[in-house]
Structure formats: structure tokens, C-alpha cells
Write a new protein. Structure first.
Length: 478
């Protein structure tokens, strides 16, 4: 965070657009202020394109007047029901809203809105760091208005509500998710009184749509250290309400002195590991969900201890219902996460054994273009505290990566289809669609993946004739 003098702060509003806003507001006789995230991010030295402007009066009138002043290239969208307007001008987006005060009914997060003062508008803001305003009128241009100590909270790296947090969170329970999301994104601390209010009001989250919750979860997952957010969600009691499957992973059970690791904290470690090397949201989701079926598959076997057999396959089957329930996309992104969860054990099994060409070839075939992401997930999954064992796995993964590269260059099996299609097999042996066609096609594919023949048409054809003869089939054409 940086501290700025009045002149230094004013310099952050030197773009021509702020001069145009200032002149328009003064001509209309309206007070106007830049507010919220744009102001906060100046002090945090974070890039911020979207500008929020509060007008003491009509935000729509102000936006339309500014649009006329700017002329060609300015586009104004008016949202009368919300009393807001958006102006787009080249690469700039500005949201105008009239200063307002809000009240809420208990069963809805949609406010009853009345015209208000700047003070009323700042009162309704979610957190002190988002309630700061900078005046854009000429007489007070660049003046910071900070009634709730937002600057002090920025210095202290603290998330706190401007008013009583019970009112803030009860009025709009989505703010509980935003509170944890901001703390995670900015690596800030949640004020004790604010956090205690989160715990008291957690059940109010039930009135928030799944889409809005998913949006906040995605932002937490995309944060630099996402585990921080999930730990706060768990501590506050929100996690079992919004994501019970993840909450169920917490805890350690012990029998006869043998315990399994806490799969919740292991998962968060994997998520943090992968977040250091990729911003791919769906690969991060894959890390979060890779062991999601462990609570369902946990068994005690006296000879070997705790087991989680087939948790990868059960987890793969859980993904569609989870995505549907949480209003996440039911498309290729969901299928990608399914594939990652299903295959995440494969490279580990290979790396723990002799790395054979056949095993690597099959892995490459099944993972296809997602093989690099899968290897990244598996490397993130190595969280052993035994450094010697951890290093052995990582060294073996490097061997697997090299083998993948060598075999791909030699055999071209990524996303491959057998050189002879089912239709051609039917023509050669004068067959209708039947089990024998599938058997021959699978045999050719397996022979290529096992390295018995090359990924080559002539070798595949010769192999097919030999296998067909054993099945009592003769070609009708040579």
C-alpha cells in the first residue's frame, strides 16, 4: 500500500475523462465522487479499469449529459429500475449511480432504495476499504472523503464493515462471501468483530443464489493463496452450508495407532501448490475436487490400514451433480474436471513403479491434449512430509514427462484413433456392426499402446489379419 499527498492523489485522476466528468457535474450543479474499488486500488497499486461514480442527484442524468459532451464513441446504457447508467468510451467503463440509502426485507437481498446523501451512500457500502470517495467537482477535485477509516484499515490490512456488521451481513448475506473473498485476494485479516458476525449470520446465506456464491468461490480459487479463503469459510461455518462435500473431508480418524491424513487440509495444500504455477480456473477446481470422494470410499482394512479405493472413479461420477448443484458450467469445463479427477492417480502409480513405455503410451492416449495439465496436478499432489520420498516421486515425474515427450514424438498416440476404422473392418470381412468388429478394433488399439506394433497402417493391417484368422474370419478382399 502507498500513502499519497492530496496532490499525488489528484495526479491519479489526471486522465481527460475525469476532467470531462468534473465539468459536466459542475454545469449540472451536482456533487460527484469516484468511489469503491477504483479508489481502493489506487492505494493498493492494483490495476483497475472500471470506475464507479456516485452523484448526489441523478446518476442517469449525469451519464447522459457526459455522453453528449463526449460525442462520437460514447455509449450510454440506462438501467432505470436500478437508478444507474453505464457509459462506455473507448477502453473506459464508468458506472454512474445516484447517492442512495437502502433498507432491506429479511427474505431478500434486494434493497428498498431512496435518494440520499454521500454519507448515506457510504453507509451502505460493504467494507470500510470500499467506502472511500474522491471528489471530482472542480472546487474540491482530488479530495479524499474517508469517514470510516478505510485508509487506516488498508494500512492494517483489515477487512471491516462501516456500520454494525450484523446489519451489513443480514441485509445482504452475499457480503459474507465477499468479506472472505476480499481477505483472500488481498491477503488481509478479517476484523474480530466482523468475523464473529460472519459466524452469527452464516445461515442467512440460504437466500443467496447459487450463481452468486459460485462467482465468489471462483474468485477465491483464483486468489494467490486460495486455502486462506477456504479455511475462513470453514472457521465461520459457511463451508458446510455452501459446499458440504468439501467440508466432509475434514478430520482425522485413528485406529490401532494408524491414522489417515486430513484430506481437507491436504486438498488445500494441493490447491495452493497448483496455484503457484497456473491461473487455469478449471485446473484449480480439479485440484480442489481431486479427492472429493475420499469420505465416501474410506474403509478400514486391518492388514493395510485406511484405504480409499477407487476414490478417483467415484469422484469422477460425483462431478456432474456437484457442478449442477453449484450452478457451475455443465459443458466441456465440467468434462475437463471429470477427466482430471479420474486420471489423477495414474501418473503417481506409474512414477512409483518402473516407468514402462506401455504405461506411458496408455496415459498419453487417455489424457490427450490435457496431459500437461494432468502432470501439473499430479506434481502438486505430492505433499509428503518425507522429503526423500517426495523427491523420489518428483524425480520419477521428470522421467515420466521425458518419456511422454519421447513416445509422443515416436508414436504419435496423443488423441490417436486406430489406423483402421470400424467401417473398414466391416468392409474387409463383409461384417454387419457386431461385437467382432469392436474386438478387432480394440485389439489393434491395444497392440499399438502396448508397443507390439507401430502406429502405422501397414503394421496394423497385418496384425488385424493375423488376429482375425484366430477368430475364424477371412477377408473378402485383399
Amino acid at each position: 500500500m502507498i500513502e499519497l499527498t492530496n496532490e499525488e492523489l489528484k495526479a491519479h485522476f489526471s486522465d481527460k475523462i475525469f476532467g470531462q466528468i468534473s465539468e459536466t457535474a459542475d454545469e449540472l450543479g451536482l456533487e460527484c465522487y469516484a468511489v469503491g474499488g477504483y479508489v481502493r486500488d489506487i492505494f493498493l497499486q492494483r490495476p483497475s479499469k472500471d470506475i464507479d461514480v456516485v452523484v448526489v442527484g441523478s446518476g442517469i442524468e449525469m451519464a447522459e449529459a457526459l455522453g453528449r459532451r463526449l460525442g462520437k464513441g460514447a455509449y450510454v446504457s440506462v438501467f432505470k429500475n436500478f437508478g444507474t447508467a453505464q457509459l462506455k468510451y473507448h477502453q473506459i467503463e464508468i458506472e454512474f449511480v445516484g447517492a442512495r440509502k437502502e433498507s432491506y426485507q429479511r427474505d431478500s437481498r434486494k434493497p428498498i432504495v431512496e435518494d440520499g446523501t454521500l454519507e448515506d451512500d457510504q453507509n451502505r457500502r460493504d467494507f470500510t476499504i470500499n467506502a472511500m470517495a474522491v471528489c471530482l467537482n472542480k472546487a474540491r477535485f482530488g479530495e479524499l472523503v474517508d469517514p470510516f477509516g478505510g485508509m487506516a484499515d488498508l494500512k492494517e490490512k483489515t477487512i471491516r464493515t462501516p456500520l454494525n456488521p450484523d446489519i451489513t451481513f443480514s441485509d445482504d448475506p452475499l457480503r459474507m462471501m465477499r468479506c472472505i473473498r476480499f481477505a483472500t485476494q488481498l491477503n488481509f485479516y478479517i476484523d474480530d468483530e466482523t468475523f464473529e458476525s460472519l459466524c452469527r449470520n452464516k445461515d442467512r446465506i440460504e437466500i443467496i443464489s447459487k450463481e452468486r456464491i459460485a462467482d465468489e468461490l471462483n474468485k477465491i480459487i483464483l486468489s494467490p493463496i486460495p486455502s486462506k479463503g477456504f479455511i475462513d469459510l470453514e472457521r465461520s461455518g459457511l463451508l458446510p452450508l455452501i459446499f458440504p462435500e468439501l467440508a466432509a473431508m475434514q478430520g482425522v480418524e485413528s485406529r490401532g495407532g494408524r491414522a489417515h491424513k486430513d484430506n481437507f487440509y491436504h486438498t488445500l495444500e494441493v490447491l495452493d501448490n497448483i496455484s503457484r504455477v497456473t491461473d487455469n480456473l478449471w485446473l484449480r477446481w480439479s485440484a480442489l475436487l481431486h479427492d472429493i470422494a475420499k469420505p465416501l470410499t474410506k474403509r478400514w482394512e486391518p492388514k493395510v490400514g485406511w484405504t480409499f479405493h477407487n476414490h478417483n472413479f467415484i469422484g469422477e461420477r460425483m462431478i456432474p451433480n456437484l457442478f449442477r448443484k453449484m450452478k457451475l458450467p455443465m459443458n466441456e469445463k465440467m468434462k475437463y474436471v471429470q477427466k482430471m479427477v479420474s486420471l489423477h492417480m495414474r501418473p503417481i502409480v506409474i512414477a512409483d513403479d518402473v516407468v514402462t513405455d506401455s504405461a506411458v503410451r496408455r496415459l498419453l492416449f487417455e489424457a490427450g491434449d490435457d496431459i500437461d495439465d494432468l502432470m501439473t496436478l499430479c506434481e502438486a499432489d505430492i505433499t509428503s512430509k518425507n522429503m526423500e520420498r517426495k523427491q523420489r516421486f518428483l524425480n520419477n515425474f521428470q522421467l515420466v514427462r521425458q518419456k511422454l515427450k519421447d513416445i509422443e514424438e515416436k508414436d504419435r498416440v496423443r488423441n490417436f484413433q486406430p489406423p483402421i476404422s470400424g467401417e473398414e473392418i466391416m468392409q474387409i470381412f463383409n461384417l454387419q456392426p457386431c461385437q467382432q468388429v469392436g474386438t478387432l478394433k480394440s485389439a489393434i488399439k491395444d497392440a499399438i499402446l502396448d508397443g507390439l506394433i507401430a502406429n502405422d497402417y501397414d503394421e496394423a493391417y497385418a496384425f488385424m489379419l493375423e488376429r482375425a484368422q484366430k477368430m475364424g474370419l477371412q477377408p473378402v478382399k485383399s
